[in-house]
Design a protein around this ligand. Structure first.
Ligand SMILES: [Zn+2]
Ligand SMILES: [Zn+2]
Length: 350
């Protein structure tokens, strides 16, 4: 160890030792073993204590100052009301959003065409985080969501919930008109991954007026049912977008198709029918089948990680109680109209 580092190491050890012992009694530095480096460290500590006792625990005087992080990009602002459950990071190219994919609001209630999937938290973190390009680039050949992107997300909502194409993966069914969506425009997919298929206009009240409610995965913002200044939405192109007076392009929500960005004005890479790259959901169980005549009527989370969904099949009341343990174990309890229970247990495979 070179001498300055050795001195620093000894300061660190001595500082801890001083701290531990200071609680018991006043220390006489002379009690400590002495080498030239220890003496030097002791002199530095005592000098610091004399100057400012609160600096007793301060770290190395010659530690290299850390590179200041780049300032938060303006795109992060729409996500900050949800900062307690999202983790935001950025570099000079992207804003990264770590999320479980679950909203704070009630889920699933109102679905009348149900595949028996339920919402489970997803590991959209680290390398599997959502990302918003900070410098969107208009595409040479903008791609329509009427003919592309039937798989995966096309946008990320301000609360960290992904938004899929309103047309489902058969390429023709409007999920909203088909009764597949809950009262907030979402449902659980084949990996028990919750996502919206329409614009989450309910987020406007949470993000505040003038803020976008989502970002399309090409990096352009999606505003709600009004312009950022509160005025009525002007003329929109086929993708529900337009440029503002300053020439900045953005999309809008709408109450009818396309509901949100109807394609990508900006550059994205399409691979396997979806925007690439994008995070993937992690299923814990095989996907389930549509259940004819089922209506989801209730959903509660009695405690974190524990959920109960109730549904009605032609007058029969049934429920699914399920929980996810810290070790990733998922337990499902299926209760029929006669209160008979059947259980299934799965482990998350990552
Ligand atoms: Zn879906
Ligand atoms: Zn606008």
């Amino acid at each position: 160890m070179p001498p300055p580092l050795r001195t620093f190491a000894i300061i660190a050890v001595l500082s801890l030792s001083f701290a531990a012992r200071a609680a018991a009694h006043d220390i006489d530095p002379a009690e400590l073993v002495t080498t030239p480096a220890v003496s030097q460290a002791r002199r530095i500590i005592l000098a610091r204590q004399r100057r400012d006792p609160s600096r007793l625990f301060a770290v190395a005087p010659d530690a290299a100052p850390a590179e200041p992080p780049p300032p938060a990009p303006p795109q992060s602002q729409a996500f900050t009301p949800f900062a307690d459950k999202l983790k935001l990071r950025w570099d000079d190219q992207f804003l990264y959003i770590d999320s479980s994919g679950l909203p704070d609001h009630r889920m699933m209630v109102g679905i009348t065409a149900w595949q028996q999937q339920v919402p489970l938290p997803q590991p959209y973190t680290g390398d599997n985080a959502w990302r918003v390009p900070l410098h969107p680039v208009p595409a040479a050949n903008p791609l329509s969501a009427k003919t592309h992107f039937f798989r995966g997300a096309i946008a990320i909502a301000a609360n960290g919930v992904p938004i899929f194409n309103p047309i489902k993966n058969d390429g023709r069914t409007d999920t909203f008109l088909a009764g597949e969506l809950d009262e907030f425009g979402g449902h659980a997919g084949r990996a028990d991954d919750y996502h919206y298929h329409t614009a989450p206009v309910h987020l406007q009240a949470l993000v505040g007026k003038g803020q976008p409610i989502a970002y399309a995965l090409d990096g352009y913002p999606i505003y709600g049912l009004a312009e950022p200044d509160g005025s009525p939405v002007g003329n929109l192109d086929a993708f529900n977008g337009h440029a503002d007076a300053a020439g900045n392009y953005h999309y809008h929500a709408s109450k009818t198709y396309p509901y949100l960005n109807g394609g990508f004005h900006g550059e994205v890479v399409e691979r396997g029918g979806q925007v690439d790259p994008q995070p993937h959901a992690s299923p814990v169980r095989p996907d389930t089948r549509p259940l004819r005549g089922a209506k989801v009527t209730g959903f509660v989370s009695p405690k974190p990680g524990s959920y109960s969904l109730t549904y009605d099949v032609r007058g029969e009341k049934r429920s699914i109680n399920y929980s996810i343990e810290p070790d990733g174990t998922c337990r499902f309890e299926f209760i029929d109209a006669r209160s008979n229970a059947r259980t299934e247990t799965y482990r998350r495979r990552d």
